[in-house]
Write a protein that binds this ligand. Structure first.
Ligand code: SF4
Length: 295
């Protein structure tokens, strides 16, 4: 039985056995589930299929959510990035990463099928980064599964220390951890070594410490949907920094400890109960009080 519970242990095990992080994560998962590696990979292939279809469905459907607040923002981005008359400065990949993340959340709000990675509220970040990049560079399914294993393994190790829920540790534990997972996946896809993958993850997580969970009307809409778009781009930034050779001054295990502490110190009012922050702004309250579903 392989039981590695910190990133330091995972890295040491990987380096001692001349393995990539995704190989260690898949060995550990197979061992924990008492299944073979091909079973683990086949489950991830199924998840990858769902990720693809949630992006596709999300973009195809322009219906607003039951609240009428959100639902067609992903298409606005695609429209801007496919308009030949507009010179977009950051390129198609940038636009697709944002749009795919938001499309997945829009699909979630329409009660479509998504992969919670790590949660439904943050379900757009990993698929957007992974699939937008893979489409652009024609990455094979096996390589995409390697990257997904990297993301999943990072999320799992963090979850050994902190519950991945806005109600426990704020949005740093949802969109924050999702961008950490996506940073690792992207770095794997772009050929980064084990150290660079963990540096990308640490850089991503450090930048979201203290992120609150204050959804308007208690719904996974405002700020969650657009936050997925931001967070997916954030993961790409962290990955690019790490691939350039920038190291996190604080190792990933210690960043996770800091995240846990920030979650404990955060007011309960800012942990998913919608009793502070954006939820109680004048406009947040106006939206809440005028929701059809509340009448
Ligand atoms: S703000 Fe709260 S509900 Fe929304 S994604 Fe973040 S943790 Fe989830």
């Amino acid at each position: 039985m392989i039981k590695l519970s910190t990133f330091a242990e995972v890295l040491e095990h990987a380096n001692n056995n001349n393995k990539k992080l995704f190989e260690v994560f898949q060995d550990q998962e197979a061992s924990l589930q008492e299944k073979c590696i091909s079973f683990v990979r086949s489950k991830l292939a199924e998840s990858l299929d769902v990720m693809h279809s949630s992006i596709k469905q999300g973009l195809a459907n322009k219906e607003l959510s039951p609240t009428g607040i959100v639902g067609d923002d992903s298409n606005k981005i695609i429209k801007r990035y496919t308009n030949k008359e507009i010179k977009t400065p950051f390129g198609e990949l940038y636009g697709n990463i944002m749009a795919y993340a938001i499309a997945t959340l829009e699909e979630n709000q329409r009660m479509g099928k998504v992969v919670a990675c790590p949660t439904a509220g943050s379900c757009g970040i990993v698929p957007a980064a992974l699939i937008a990049y893979s489409e652009k560079f024609d990455i094979s399914q096996e390589k995409q599964i390697d990257a997904l294993l990297t993301a999943a393994g990072i999320g799992k190790i963090i979850s050994f220390k902190v519950a991945l829920a806005g109600a426990i540790a704020g949005c740093q534990a949802e969109c924050g951890v999702a961008s950490t997972m996506a940073a690792g996946a992207l770095t794997e896809l772009m050929g980064g070594d084990n150290e660079k993958i963990l540096n990308a993850a640490a850089l991503a997580l450090k930048n979201v410490l203290g992120l609150t969970c204050d959804p308007v009307a208690g719904l996974v809409e405002v700020p969650c949907i657009k936050r997925n778009g931001f967070s997916a781009i954030h993961s790409a930034t962290a990955s690019e920094m790490a691939l350039a050779g920038i190291k996190s001054a604080i190792p990933l295990d210690e960043v996770v400890d800091a995240m846990k502490q920030a979650g404990i110190l955060m007011s309960p009012l800012l942990k998913e109960c919608s009793e502070a922050g954006l939820a109680t702004t004048k406009t947040g309250m106006h939206i809440t009080n005028n929701l059809n579903i509340n009448k």
